[in-house]
Design a protein around this ligand. Structure first.
Ligand SMILES: [Zn+2]
Length: 201
């Protein structure tokens, strides 16, 4: 028997300030959580089904779905949510835990290029990544580089075939999961072969 269904998990938390609560009418702040719904088979999350945004008034503690709130608050939320704190946990959507991959990969011209790219990350670089526990593949895209840090957004999807990674590397698949690494961390992920390939246009 195959067990399957849907579930949801919290992806991100944050706060928006200086909004007027439609319930208590206080000028106040609201705490929000972004929930991701996903389908699972045998307890293994397979693919995301969408997101639900829930906000709580910090004055009256009433909770709202984003769509119940006035445009002004929606707008503020859209601006603010990119700064929220992503929660990486065992949801499958967010499984990008950085475990060591034990398979070797033979050297090639590409490997030489990758070795160069990893030393000097650039915006738009796409890193192919081996996820931790389930052995799925996914990607993360570089969105910012500073002297010592690299900022990325993760792909919403994972795929089970290394050779099929191109199927999920689409612009619209990079939406929620943002994170930052030091350049040193990026280098050790590459050394671990957690990051095993780099695409630069
Ligand atoms: Zn309120």
């Amino acid at each position: 028997m195959i067990f399957y269904g849907t579930n949801s998990s919290r992806l991100k938390d944050g706060q928006i300030n200086n909004v007027t609560c439609p319930n208590c009418e206080n000028q106040t702040s609201m705490t929000y959580s972004v929930f991701g719904k996903y389908a699972y088979i045998y307890w293994i999350p397979i693919f995301p089904l969408g997101k639900v945004n829930v906000l709580e008034c910090n004055s009256c503690k009433r909770t709202f779905k984003l769509k119940e709130l006035p445009e002004q608050i929606k707008h503020k939320f859209e601006l603010e949510k990119h700064r929220g704190i992503p929660i990486l946990h065992f949801s499958g959507l967010a499984i990008i835990v950085l475990a060591i991959a034990f398979f070797a990969y033979s050297g090639s011209k590409n490997k030489e290029l990758d070795a160069k790219y990893i030393q000097a990350p650039a915006i738009g670089d796409v890193y192919s990544v081996l996820s931790d526990t389930n052995g799925q593949y996914t990607t993360m895209k570089v969105t910012g580089v500073t002297n010592d840090s690299v900022f990325v957004v993760y792909n919403d999807y994972e795929i089970d075939k290394r050779s099929a990674i191109y199927k999920i590397d689409k612009k619209e698949n990079y939406t929620v999961y943002e994170s930052g690494y030091t350049k040193q961390e990026i280098l050790s992920l590459y050394a671990d072969k957690t990051i095993y390939e780099i695409d630069r246009e």
